[in-house]
Design a protein around this ligand. Structure first.
Ligand code: G1P
Ligand code: ZN
Length: 545
């Protein structure tokens, strides 16, 4: 039976860069989850209600995933949805959820994930709403959801028993149809359309070796189905392929710190041809060639320059979008191709309008997210497949492709320094002081470099005209060097300061430098300008990418 449960608002439920993320204990306590889910439904409910509408539900398999899904299903039924599509065992990677929403013309979806944040009872949980286009809700919707969390006084649910998530097929919850679907089928079918699977099969048959680290997170089943079963890659190509509620105790974050084992393998004597990894919910990717790490900013640029080699992009690309802190490498490719390059704030939700309007085909972020108009999320396995398709056609190593790319377009040396879990008020003060300092930097010299612009990035969406302010402090020098500072919107304890540093090098004889060395003077400048050591007491970043 449907029932209405009285509740009161819980403070601080503001969705960040990609949904609401908190510790599991917080999510699992009291009415935390139901409050948020009801706030979403209240905020997005059409005038005619949810009658006839489909909701997609799935998550990355982390601790609390199954319980949360049962809650969402009961609440969807009580709120009047006609149908819920849920991945078997509660699994749907973020890009697969986006694919399922689009494929089945759903009203939207609730994706349960805290992305690359650690899981388990002491770890993180998260939830976000994606609309009918399959993409993360735009800022005006996440603001509306937040407003609803602040005035909520009831939520709707049912007293029905749990749905059997292991059994593919149809079940009934009150008047609502629940379809447990194969979590990978729709996604694999889409990939088969985009890429030249026969060419990839030949590539693997010829002895090409891939090492894909699923980090005990959601991409295991997808990678296994595609690389090993469909394309015939050797058994064992997919490592850590079984999703675990606590990701085996690791951070499912495909960076050089948490995917160190893969990095070491790729730098070792018997390295495979391509090394790749994805994160908790499958939207990020790490690409490492034999003996060479490809930075996500470079990967976006290299994929854009070669996309026409894959069937889906044979006609060329309409444009590229990158988040502001992402390096300018993609801009150079866009210029060469004669297509526009858009600079958006951090977070995938800003790409949605551009993709929907057909203004861009490829998008990417420096934080290891790359994607295209095939879904409305970044997509880790897709990025690996596009690399594979390019490698299959060019018959060159990743290293050769990278070196040729730099020789042609120049190289954007790039690094990101993260200072994690610093005191929130210290972080706020640091940013405020820096913002003040920025006011009179334009036109001045810093360590012999002339500042061309110093501002707080704001973005005017060219499609819907909405303005997003305070999206990061940036100092752009006349010689093209750049320093960017912003606070993370996805951390769950304290604040994370991200510092992004970039320098363009056009001279091919200087393309072989080690990244940190190539950026050494700018790194020092970035530190002293913000007074990071003095203010935070940190002598070094927690993570360097
Ligand atoms: C981080 C990344 C950002 C990405 C987001 C969600 O957000 O920097 O590019 O879109 O995770 O995966 P941040 O913690 O910096 O706000
Ligand atoms: Zn993610």
């Amino acid at each position: 039976m449907n029932k209405t449960v009285a509740t009161i608002p819980i403070a601080g439920m503001k969705p960040g860069t990609s949904g609401l993320r908190k510790k599991v204990v917080e999510f699992a306590s009291g009415h935390y989850l139901p409050n948020f889910v009801q706030a979403v439904f209240d905020a997005v409910k059409p005038e005619a209600g949810f009658a006839g509408q489909t909701l997609v539900v799935g998550g990355d398999g982390r601790y609390y995933n199954r319980e949360a899904i049962q809650t969402v299903i009961r609440m969807a039924a009580a709120n009047g949805f006609a149908r819920v599509l849920v991945g078997q065992d509660g699994i749907l990677s973020t890009p697969a959820a986006s694919c399922v929403i689009r494929q089945h013309v759903a009203f939207g979806g609730l994706i349960l994930s805290a992305s690359h944040n650690p899981g388990g009872p002491d770890g993180d949980f998260g939830i976000k709403f994606n609309g009918a286009n399959g993409g993360p809700a735009a800022e005006k919707i996440t603001d509306a959801i937040y407003a609803c969390t602040e005035k909520i006084n009831r939520f709707l649910t049912t007293d029905t028993p749990d749905v059997d998530l292991g059994r593919i097929g149809v079940q009934q919850v009150e008047g609502m149809r629940v379809e447990v679907i194969d979590a990978v089928a729709d996604y694999v079918a889409l990939m088969r359309k985009l890429f030249d699977f026969p060419a990839l099969t030949r590539l693997f048959a010829s002895g090409f070796r891939l090492s894909f680290d699923a980090m005990h997170a959601v991409t295991g089943p997808y990678a296994h189905a595609i690389f090993e079963l469909e394309l015939g890659a050797a058994p064992g190509t997919v490592r850590n392929g079984v999703p675990l509620p606590d990701f085996g105790g690791h951070h499912p974050d495909p960076n050089l710190v948490h995917a160190k084992e893969l990095l070491d393998r790729m730098m070792g004597p018997d390295a495979p041809d391509l090394g790749a990894a994805s994160d908790g919910d499958g939207d990020r990717n790490l690409i490492i060639g034999r003996g060479i790490f490809i930075s996500p900013s470079d990967s976006l640029a290299m994929l854009a320059a070669n996309a026409h080699l894959a069937p889906a992009y044979r006609q060329g690309i309409a444009g590229i979008a990158r988040s502001m802190p992402t390096s300018g490498a993609a801009d150079r490719v866009a210029q060469a191709l004669g297509v526009p390059c858009f600079e958006t704030p951090t977070g995938w939700k800003f790409f949605g309008n551009l993709l929907d309007a057909g203004k861009v085909t490829l998008c990417g972020e420096e934080s290891a997210g790359t994607g295209s108009d095939h879904v409305r999320e970044k997509d880790g396995v897709w990025a690996v497949l596009l690399w594979l398709n390019i490698l299959a056609v060019r018959q060159q190593s990743v290293k050769q492709i990278a070196h040729e790319h730099w020789a042609h377009f120049g190289r954007n040396y790039y690094t990101r320094h993260d200072y994690e879990d610093i005191d929130s008020s210290v972080a706020k003060d640091l940013m405020q002081a820096l913002a003040l300092r920025m006011r009179d930097l334009t036109g001045h010299e810093l360590e012999g470099r002339l500042v061309a612009t110093a501002d707080d990035f704001s973005y005017l969406d060219p499609v819907d005209g909405s303005l997003s302010k305070n999206q990061g402090l940036r100092i752009v020098f006349e010689d093209g060097c750049r320093i960017v500072y912003r606070l993370s919107g996805t951390g769950t304890s304290g604040a994370t300061l991200r510092v992004y540093i970039e320098r363009f090098e056009g001279n091919p004889t200087r393309h072989g430098m080690e990244t940190q060395a190539a950026l050494a003077d700018l790194i020092l400048l970035a530190e002293s300008l913000a007074g990071i050591r003095v203010r935070t007491g940190r002598l070094a970043p927690s993570v360097i990418t």
